[in-house]
Design a protein around this ligand. Structure first.
Ligand code: HAM
Length: 426
């Protein structure tokens, strides 16, 4: 009886072949763009204290209420697989005293995240994000630069039919006053609302803007808008962000109903969608979070950032693969000459060549076909006498220059030198 096959858990997937190469391209594009703009890479742990997300992301959010992978470790601590990256970056900022560094402190990451969501196309339970966070400045130019960088990344990845929606949530005071106004509106129309919206009037009234329920949508069409109730400072901050985006020639639509699924946002919020995606059209999003660092026990520090979903960017983009590195030399094995072949492989790599050797016992003919598929520039066929020149010991080493269609009989010791010379390295 054969053992039952196991599959990757629902909402997760293996990344192989072309997909892995396409991701490599996302990573190089993100690195070039973000490091060029002064962002340094940060890697935080896969799991954090559960409290970080309860405090940082917000107890009333869907993420904290239903989507976290939380477990108790052997020491009785409650830990959670990170559902997002901003709270961990702020935790690290505080823990390492990064407020002492020159502002803004710019950090970027490429990491996996975990949310127990209904899995469907473009929505996984383990997914990957590229994220960028700039801490320590409330200048509108930080907001605009951050948004422009995400637009540039999507552009670089050829993500199609991208739209930018933009809004401002104002500061905590304007938001609290607005919340009460919105709650009053929702209570006045309670009967028309979807049950889940009704249940959350107290906890999270803003989420009513996200509802697909017809009755709720009708009520929300006449709801007060936060954008109409911003303080003068918040209004001018938002006006400057828009003016800077105009300067950069970035098109956007103001969407006063834009609600993000995380509680830490203040002032600017934005989302980028791609019409090339289905229901899960959000390819990236973010905003300002001026209260988060203080909320996590750090000094009052403004912050601004975004995250882009890598799977979604690849679905909506031209998932062109990173070109695989060229192979300088393929060492083919003839007459069972595995040892001299292995020695040559080692020498070639020590000399800095990209080299591979036959490892699957193919016939010589199939080895040559394999080397061609790999795109090897040179092929060395090592025979039983391959550790010396041809002669009494048996067949020697043949070196084929694939590009020039030439072939020479050569001592195995001379192969690396010949390949280096042919490559123009000598
Ligand atoms: P978010 O909007 O929750 O924001 O996620 C950002 C992006 O991650 C989404 O636009 C989407 O492309 C991708 N994403 C989210 N959930 C999934 C999923 N289940 N499957 C596949 N892709 C997904 C944040 O995470 C914030 N931390 C962004 C931020 C950074 N705000 C400020 N700084």
């Amino acid at each position: 009886m054969s053992a039952a096959k196991l599959k990757a858990p629902r909402g997760t997937h293996d990344v192989l072949g072309e997909q892995a190469a396409a991701r490599a391209r996302v990573e190089s594009a993100a690195r070039a763009l973000l490091e060029g703009a002064g962002y340094a890479r940060i890697e935080t742990p896969t799991f954090e204290a559960t409290e970080l997300f309860a405090r940082g992301v917000g107890a009333s959010t869907d993420i904290v209420q239903k989507e976290m992978y939380t477990f108790t470790d052997g020491g009785g601590r409650s830990l959670t697989l990170r559902p997002e990256g901003t709270a961990p970056v702020c935790r690290a900022y505080v823990e390492h005293g990064m407020h002492k560094l020159r502002a803004p402190v710019k950090l970027w990451y490429l990491s996996s995240f975990y949310r127990y969501e209904r899995a469907q196309a473009g929505r996984q339970r383990q997914f990957w994000q590229v994220g960028a966070e700039a801490l320590g400045s409330e200048e509108p130019a930080v907001d605009a630069e951050s948004i422009v960088l995400l637009c540039a990344l999507l552009d670089e990845l050829d993500v199609r039919e991208v739209r930018l929606r933009l809004s401002s949530l104002g500061g905590p005071d304007a938001r609290a006053a607005y919340r009460e106004r919105l709650q009053a509106h929702l209570r006045a129309h309670e009967a028309a609302l979807a049950p889940e919206v009704r249940e959350r009037i107290d906890l999270n009234p803003l989420r009513a803007f996200d509802s697909e329920h017809d009755g709720t949508r009708a009520v929300m069409a006449t709801a007060p808008r936060l954008l109409d109730h911003l303080s003068t400072d918040d209004q001018s901050h938002f006006a400057e962000v828009r003016a800077l985006l105009d300067e950069a020639g970035v098109a956007y639509a103001i969407d006063p109903t834009l609600v993000r699924g995380l509680d830490y946002y203040t002032r600017t919020v934005f989302e980028l969608t791609s019409d090339a995606l289905g229901a899960q059209s959000g390819v990236g999003g973010g905003g300002r979070y001026d209260g988060l660092v203080a909320q996590l026990g750090g000094p009052s520090t403004p912050g601004m950032g975004w995250a882009m979903g890598i799977e979604r960017a690849l679905l909506a983009g031209d998932a062109r693969a990173e070109a695989s590195p060229a192979i300088d030399l393929f060492v083919a094995v003839s007459d069972g000459a595995a040892r001299p072949a292995f020695k040559l492989l080692h020498e070639a790599r020590t000399a800095g060549l990209a080299a591979q050797m036959e490892l699957a016992g193919r016939s010589l003919k199939n080895q040559l076909a394999h080397a061609e598929r790999l795109g090897a520039r040179y092929v060395a066929v090592v025979g039983a006498g391959g550790d010396g020149a041809s002669g009494a010991g048996g067949a020697g080493t043949q070196l084929k220059d694939v590009q020039a269609h030439t072939q020479e009989e050569i001592s195995a010791d001379a192969v690396v030198h010949a390949v280096l010379r042919g490559r123009g390295a000598l």
